[in-house]
Design a protein around this ligand. Structure first.
Ligand code: SAM
Length: 282
């Protein structure tokens, strides 16, 4: 099998300058993208969805993993001819979707079959995309391999009591386990962004261990961490008001000390709180 031309040549040939409005910072080091792709694990029989392939630095090693097929979702149409030409070098079936990943129905794309999502995420949509995938019901993915800016990666995996702990860690812990597996300094990207990045691997929990009412969990965590220095008795007031009750009543139902601060309560405490909120509201 012949290999596609070097990425820099492809970028020059197709005139693919990075466009800041799409959050474009490219990975051109195929050693690094090869490592990221390998985090997908065994993908035989599995569809990989790549969000934001850009010029294809990660797409190449993903195609080389020989998944069942690779579906690439890219908002910037300029990349499509280059990506299609690259994919021709690999036997893996390749599908290109031009559009906004926030609006794509991934389960429909994969026909309900197992999927892995791999992405060097555009910074501006990384968090909303993760929340969309965490909320997906039924869970269509069996692994997410996602490059975030480091500070966001730390918020995804943060344990209770740490500075980065909050809404994102709790929503993630409700349905999945997550770990940071790789760090990438800003200089690994072209052009370099202002901050370092990290790859997070996220896997769904067994169905019986998931807390799936993420909508209720969002309400209570937003309220609790909106004023994270205050005690829960105070900070939960907004969420309690929405359910027509008091913070104290909710906290009592969840078995949580009203004098505690949000950051000291482990995810399970917030699951109980979300359940109490939902039961009171309905
Ligand atoms: N994967 C490439 C790499 O590693 O070199 C590019 C990564 S770059 C950080 C993010 C990519 O996501 C860009 O190609 C950008 O056009 C694309 N993108 C930005 N917003 C998007 C969205 N909402 N849906 C799909 N793609 C998007």
């Amino acid at each position: 099998m012949s290999t596609p031309p070097p990425l820099r040549e492809v970028i020059a040939e197709y005139g693919l300058r990075a466009d800041k409005s799409f959050g474009q910072h490219f990975l051109l080091d195929l050693n690094l993208t090869g490592k990221i792709a390998s985090l997908c694990g065994d993908v035989s029989g599995i569809t990989i969805i790549e969000v934001g392939p850009g010029p294809g630095g990660l797409t190449r090693p993903l195609l080389a993993l020989a998944p069942e097929r690779l579906i690439a979702v890219e908002m910037d149409a300029r990349f499509i001819p280059a990506l299609e030409a690259t994919a021709d070098y690999y036997p893996t079936p390749f599908e290109m979707i031009e559009g906004d990943a926030l609006k794509v129905d991934e389960a429909a794309l994969t026909g309900g079959g197992p999927a892995v999502i791999a992405s060097n995420l555009p910074y501006n949509v990384g968090t909303p995309l993760l929340i969309k995938w965490l909320k997906a019901e039924p869970v269509f993915w069996h692994r997410l391999v996602l490059m975030f800016q480091k500070e966001v990666a730390e918020r995804v995996v943060a344990p209770a009591g740490s500075k980065a702990y909050g809404r994102l860690a709790i929503l993630t812990a409700a349905v999945a386990s997550a770990r940071i597996v790789l760090n990438a300094p800003a200089r690994a990207f072209t052009p370099p962004p202002k901050v370092d990045s990290a790859v997070v691997v996220i896997e769904p929990l067994p169905a019986a261990q998931r807390f799936t009412d993420l909508a209720a969990l969002e309400v209570v965590t937003e309220s609790a961490f909106g004023q994270r220095r205050k005690t829960l008795r105070k900070s939960l007031g907004i969420a309690a008001g929405k359910a027509g009750t008091s913070a104290e009543t909710l906290l009592e139902a969840a078995g949580i000390d009203p004098g505690a601060r949000a950051e000291t309560i482990p995810p399970e405490g917030f699951f109980r709180l979300a359940k109490a909120w939902r039961d009171t509201k309905s």
